[in-house]
Design a protein around this ligand. Structure first.
Ligand SMILES: Cc1cc2nc3c(=O)[nH]c(=O)nc-3n(C[C@H](O)[C@H](O)[C@H](O)COP(=O)(O)OP(=O)(O)OC[C@H]3O[C@@H](n4cnc5c(N)ncnc54)[C@H](O)[C@@H]3O)c2cc1C
Length: 277
């Protein structure tokens, strides 16, 4: 096993522009031994680094069966801006995987709702890929709700038609784009949820997006009778070490990096400022 406190090198194989400010990078781990032993769970993250610039926590978006390690990042500050200027063949530092991911045992053969906003879909892509890979053999309904600012801001836009063949997919944008015909919903992702029916007691919900969106969504889910034990969310906090040492990402008494980033809502309700109804 390699030392997860030391970055290893990974070469950019290809990259894809998802939206005006979001790219997906496919990385190949350079060291053969590390490549062999590297494995992750959907919802875990890596610390991506560039010497002299810094490190940033970025979710793993690939599926275990994918050839490449995929990361989708939105340009936010120093590290993500520097990575957005890199090209195929350049090398990025990677530490990880870190954190607790999605409880996939709660998704297999059960009704699952996936709710994402913006680049919050990045840690849920591996869940969608996982469910799609088992699609023919699994029982239980999968519903995907995704909201973006405009149609041009939809991340993984080209992948949704495939998911539509297998799952119920609902897309919403805050604002339709006058240059583009949009036949989906205009409004918040919570509006999509309000329009559809599901079994509140027999469904597990995975959510990731801006905190304000997650709070509003959880509030609606609780009102509709989904128990707090069945709602999971991925939290975001600035972090340094990623390994539960520096304390930068404290969330109440919990470390987002080590106890999360995926938490069961019922376990963090008090820190999120939302109470069960
Ligand atoms: C578990 C996890 C998974 C994530 N996954 C993804 C992902 O898949 N894709 C993605 O695009 N992003 C993801 N993020 C968010 C990403 O880590 C942040 O956007 C990160 O700050 C980007 O680093 P940067 O150096 O580019 O930006 P930074 O230089 O960190 O700046 C980003 C913004 O944060 C502000 N900021 C800087 N330091 C602090 C601080 N200490 N406290 C508060 N604000 C500060 C800056 O002013 C700026 O507005 C994830 C975060 C976590 C915790």
């Amino acid at each position: 096993m390699y030392d997860r406190s030391i970055p290893f090198g990974a070469t950019i194989k290809w990259m894809k522009k998802e939206t005006r400010d979001t790219w997906t990078y496919a990385l190949r781990i350079n060291d053969r031994e590390i490549k062999k032993s590297y494995c992750f769970q959907p919802g875990q993250f890596n610390m991506l680094s560039l010497p002299g610039i810094g490190e940033a926590a970025i979710s793993i978006s690939s599926h275990a069966a994918d050839h490449d390690l995929l990361h989708t990042l939105k340009v936010a500050g120093d590290v993500t801006t520097a990575i957005s200027k890199m090209r195929a063949g350049d090398v990025i530092g990677v530490r990880g995987p870190f954190g607790r991911g999605w409880p996939m045992e709660e998704a297999d053969n059960k009704n699952v709702i996936i709710i994402a906003g913006g680049v919050g879909i990045a840690p849920l892509r591996s869940v969608m890929r996982h469910l799609a890979a088992r699609h023919r053999d699994r029982s239980g309904k999968v519903m995907i709700y995704y909201g973006a600012k405009t149609p041009k801001d939809i991340v993984y836009r080209d992948e949704f038609p495939r998911y539509r063949d297998m799952f119920s997919v609902f897309l919403a944008v805050d604002k339709a784009d006058p240059e583009e015909y949009w036949k989906g919903e205009v409004g918040l992702v919570t509006r999509l949820l309000a329009k559809t029916s599901f079994d509140p007691l027999g469904t597990t919900v995975f959510i990731c997006g801006p905190e304000v969106m997650m709070r509003a969504t959880i509030s609606d889910l609780l009102i509709r009778g989904v128990p707090g034990e069945k709602i999971y969310l991925s939290m975001e906090r600035h972090m340094n070490c990623g390994m539960g040492i520096c304390g930068h990402c404290f969330f109440g008494p919990k470390f987002v990096c080590k106890d999360g980033p995926v938490f069961r809502y019922a376990d963090i309700a008090d820190f999120l400022g939302l109470r069960e109804v």
